[in-house]
Design a protein around this ligand. Structure first.
Ligand SMILES: *Cc1c(COP(=O)(O)O)cnc(C)c1O
Length: 383
């Protein structure tokens, strides 16, 4: 069956009551058949029926041996980093989520885990950075906020040869567009807060593993540390993924249209969107993702940091907020918002300039979104 059909039906079989929407199980504990005789569920940190249904659906959509749902994207990422022994080394893409940067540099470093940041869209930089202690390569399938597109296939062949795990944060590119496990990744992570939930009302994260062994290792860490999704969130997330393909297709369509319009605007210096022919990784993005590139667009305005701030404050439909992937459009300035947890130097080195603006295109009519950006750019001192 196709993605859309599976998103609606896998994990959603009616229960014994015939309920078309399976109920939310809030019970934290489960009656056992006998002492030491575990039933299907025992305690909800270890598993619950509502979470199981969700995980079954996600594993199917990702082509995974199994999936685990967490209380947030960062909880999922932290669990994946839990695979790393003290003193090991990680190679990571340099334009990555600010929270991941912070986790690696301010928490994982406490276990003497060392990080080398590279431009992940240049696979040879990854080869050069791998050393004997390297245990994991961590990349985002579209870099954040610069929209670089690493060649996941090529990176997978590098990590397989080196005996290193490849973990992909694919938050910007949901599985209806790209399934990193099929390209050779070992682990895929999603901040399900974004496209999976899709309505800015559910904080959650997901890990999916290529093999049952890896799944088991991750499950052990999750159960031991307790960073599980709650049943109410699991229910919301499961509802969200049923419409994911439809939402993302429309968002990709609108984002391309808006990116093209921005490219022709005279107060816009540069537009970063993998769907644009002008994007340096456009051909690679087409090969990996087909004709949809998600709803995230970054652009640099002509002017100063204040121009960028003025534009971000002047939009009326785009909410000035971090996060992404939901039905409502958002705008933000990475240097002072999503990427404020980077060191200023690392930000400059990665090319995340103060005049950069990032938008998350929602499901409003793209004409209305363009009109909103147009008036905001005019107030910013352009047009
Ligand atoms: C939001 C986000 C995260 C973190 O997820 P939370 O659900 O906020 O904890 C990680 N990576 C990317 C690319 C994100 O956008």
């Amino acid at each position: 069956m196709k993605f859309r059909t599976r998103a609606i039906h896998v994990g959603s079989k009616p229960d014994y009551t015939g309920a078309v929407v399976p109920p939310i199980y809030l019970s934290t504990t489960f009656v056992q058949p006998g002492p030491g005789d575990w039933g299907a569920f025992d305690y909800s940190r270890s598993g619950s029926p509502t979470r199981s249904r969700l995980q079954e659906a996600i594993a199917d959509l990702e082509g995974a041996a199994g999936s685990l749902a967490f209380s947030s994207g960062m909880a999922a990422t932290h669990c994946a980093m839990g695979l790393l022994p003290a003193g090991s080394h990680v190679v990571a893409g340099c334009d990555m989520y600010g929270g991941t940067y912070r986790l690696l540099h301010k928490i994982c470093n406490r276990n003497n885990i060392e990080v080398t940041l590279v431009h992940a869209d240049q696979a040879n930089h990854i080869v050069d950075a791998i050393k004997p202690q390297t245990k994991m390569v961590w990349v985002e399938s579209i870099g954040n906020p610069l929209m670089s597109v690493p060649d996941l296939q090529q990176i997978a062949s590098i990590t397989q040869k080196a005996g290193v795990l490849l973990a992909v944060d694919s938050t910007f590119v949901p599985p209806c567009i790209l399934r990193p496990l099929e390209l050779g990744a070992d682990i895929v992570m999603h901040s399900a807060t974004k496209y999976f939930g899709g309505h800015s009302d559910c904080l959650a994260g997901v890990l999916s593993a290529k093999t049952p062994e890896l799944l088991q290792e991750l499950y052990f860490i999750q159960n031991a540390t307790g960073s599980v999704i709650g049943s109410l969130e699991a229910f919301l997330l499961h509802r969200g993924i049923k419409t994911m393909e439809l939402r993302v297709r429309e968002q990709s369509h609108s984002a391309l249209r808006i990116a093209r319009w921005l490219e022709s605007h005279r107060s816009v210096k540069k537009v970063l969107y993998p769907g644009l022919e002008s994007h340096p990784d456009h051909q690679r993005a087409r090969r990996l993702m087909g004709d949809q590139f998600g709803g995230m667009v970054s652009f640099e305005v002509a002017g100063t940091i204040d121009t960028a701030k003025t534009v971000c404050k002047a939009t009326k439909l785009f909410g000035l907020a971090v996060s992404c992937g939901a039905v409502e459009s958002l705008i933000e300035q990475p240097a002072t918002m999503s990427h404020a947890s980077y060191d200023a130097q690392a930000r400059a080195k990665a090319g995340i300039h103060d005049t950069l603006i990032r938008i998350s295109v929602g499901l409003e009519d793209p004409e209305d979104l363009i009109a909103d950006l147009d008036q905001a750019l005019a107030l910013g001192g352009g047009a």
